[in-house]
Write a protein that binds this ligand. Sequence first.
Ligand SMILES: Cc1cc2nc3c(=O)[nH]c(=O)nc-3n(C[C@H](O)[C@H](O)[C@H](O)COP(=O)(O)OP(=O)(O)OC[C@H]3O[C@@H](n4cnc5c(N)ncnc54)[C@H](O)[C@@H]3O)c2cc1C
Ligand code: SF4
Length: 811
Amino acid sequence: MKESLIVIGNGMAGMKALEELLMRVPDKYDVTVFGDEPHVNYNRIMLSPVLAGEKSFEDIIINDRKWYEDNNVTLYTSEKIIGIRRSEKIVVSEKGRELRYDVLWLATGSKPILLPLPGNDLPGVLTFRDMGDVDQMLAASKKYRDAVVIGGGLLGLEAAHGLNLNGMNVTILHKADWLMERQLDESAGYLLKSELEERGMTIYTGADTKSILGGERVESVRLVDGTEIEADLVVMAVGIYPNTELAQRAELECGRGIKVNDMLQTSDPSIYAIGECAEHRGVTYGLVSPLYEMGRVLAANMSGGENKYKGSVTFTKLKVSGVDVFSAGSIEEGPEVEDLVFRDARKGRYKRLVISEGRLAGAVLYGDVDDGPWYFQLIKDRNRIDDIREHIIFGQSLAVGADSTDPLAAVSALSEDAEICGCNGVCKGEIINSIKKNGLTSVDDVRSYTKASASCGSCTGLVRQILKLTLGDSFEAPESTPMCGCTDYSHEDVRHLILLKELKVIPQVMQELEWKTPNGCSKCRPALNFYLLCAFPGEYVDDNQSRFINERVHANIQKDGTYSVVPRMWGGLTTAKQLRAIADVVEKFEIPTVKITGGQRIDMLGVKKEDLPAVWKDLNDAGMVSEHAYGKALRTVKTCVGSEWCRFGTQASMSMGIDLEKLTWGSWMPHKFKMAVSGCPRNCAEATIKDFGIVAVDSGWEIYVGGNGGMKVRASDFLCKAETKEEVEEYCQAFIQLYREEAHYLERTAPWIERVGLRHITDQIVNDKDKRERLAGKFRFSQQFVQKDPWSERASGGVDIHEYSALAKIG
Ligand SMILES: Cc1cc2nc3c(=O)[nH]c(=O)nc-3n(C[C@H](O)[C@H](O)[C@H](O)COP(=O)(O)OP(=O)(O)OC[C@H]3O[C@@H](n4cnc5c(N)ncnc54)[C@H](O)[C@@H]3O)c2cc1C
Ligand code: SF4
């Protein structure tokens, strides 16, 4: 008969250890898992992106029900274990279930600290630990306005960021003198505070909370100095304590956590403890990577090994999109330690390395965290750094003398056990082995086999580099996929050669690049047409015959062969005159359907092809132009009513939207391009699922890029903050131009950013002012040639008018 293993706690540590065990000995134990949450095992660290609206709960599930079934694991959710009868080896659940174990794992995690303040039990006072808390915060953000987060550590800041993105006015109260004081030094804490304040959050440091006030619900928070801050929601994120409740009741030896030896065994040899509830050599942990190490040791031992857990060094990353913070090891100042500091105020970068006894003891990175894994490895290895001391502050490629032009030098110098994915505890060696063993060729493959980069995604670049390093030349294959069957050249090659050889018309491109077909195909012709338009604005003459039908006729063909016509309504605004003209056109041409679009425009559906020029003429006469609703071009700029009308509005979103649309309309792009402007973080214009979205905050505008609301929804990435309208316009122009110059034809901004990485975009548009200005200038230059209404040109009979003639009726 199989031995029975019971796991109490269906969280990250317990299930990681179980995964490792099942991988080694799938049939050795009869496994039963108890979890008191209603869910299957999910990635707790990703609760912050769920709160921020960047992920859904489904995205963060680690093991779904099928996984438990496939592995013959019996799972009881919403069932708390309330007692362990050790003499009989029986656990007892709150539902009265009693089960016998041969081996018992305690993986009960931690509990959040609720400060013993008057009013801490008022409705609206929450902690941030599980999915239930996130659900409550999201519900509150829909109904209420003011949130106070007590605690400016990792969790508090992630909660504050999420609530801010959900449109709440957020105030952070932090008792220490700077944010994340346990991980950051004062300088990095200052940079972080400025960044969060720029995003519209109010931060009090040195703030001692005295009480929480309210009646039926929380109403405010009072500080010891008498300051009172309005609050409809209070989130306490002031720390955690190991959940030893059950162990204590069962009289297992406990200190701060449940005491375990190097085999992770408690004072009862049949019972093991792992995760945040365990105390090993006097230390308890609050991050996942040590818990994963514990899981591996426990699983190895239970499948016949004799491994020892020796403790872990940890590092921290903040999951606030657009804020790069890394901290590892000991960062305390003192007479025994030396500091190396590097600052780049213009780019908002800061690095501090702490050296103790000739070894790297700690690192704090703000703004540029690429070298984080390397510093972390040096801290873990504890080797002397005398040889590289002089250059260590400049990062791995300079310090180890590697070829700084070789992008793989840094990753190749990492040791096999260097941790690449902190969220899922995956090291470099594991990724390499999996690539070799399973024949993996893409980041997606690596993700599904090893889980590396499957969570917060910040290690995607490193994973891609490891793939390149392992596969060598064969990794290049997918990147140089030919544009189509007419050529062996990739999109990048073709664009590069067009510029290099100054190829200015399609036949010349085909001739010089040895096209295999005489006239190209429906894939390469539209792409070449766009690449040439982009490369030689004002010089290249658009080739209408290389365009898809909708772009040729400037209207969207419908399933019955009729067309839809959408006039531009700048920023989503209209007038009585425009509405009257639309009504007249609808009646005159007997247009069967009139519909409001998702982008705040009016769509007339069912227009006969031969009526198109006359319909356009009437619309032109009323001052309306084409909306390009059919084109790979700027579509709509959606706006909310903003401070012009809305009582919550902090900036004038309507006029910003109108101005942006007037600036950018007419521009041809690799794919359709949508924008939106919201007047406050409530984000009624849904700006964070647009290609370029702007959300107003008290001190200016937050700019987001790469969002997509289509079949595969993608929340946009935070690009940067801008204070003035002129700055927003420059960022917008530069971003569009970079997209036009670098994306493949028919590639939306979302996959483009995922392919090249957000850092590549930020480096050129945010960090490099000259490049930004150059890009914006090129965009403005090209706009002068395209801001011509295609309808008026065709309505007047000037261009390709035969396209719109009815076919002769035969018979
Ligand atoms: C919002 C948030 C963000 C975080 N971000 C990061 C990060 O970026 N990086 C990082 O490394 N770490 C992060 N952490 C910490 C990380 O999530 C924890 O270290 C990790 O989840 C701990 O795993 P665990 O299994 O010990 O505990 P848990 O994941 O909490 O699992 C314990 C489970 O046991 C259940 N349980 C407890 N008692 C019983 C009982 N008697 N009967 C049945 N079930 C019981 C609990 O309900 C819980 O489901 C974050 C945590 C939070 C809350
Ligand atoms: S309409 Fe605009 S300003 Fe008003 S709440 Fe919505 S996003 Fe904010």
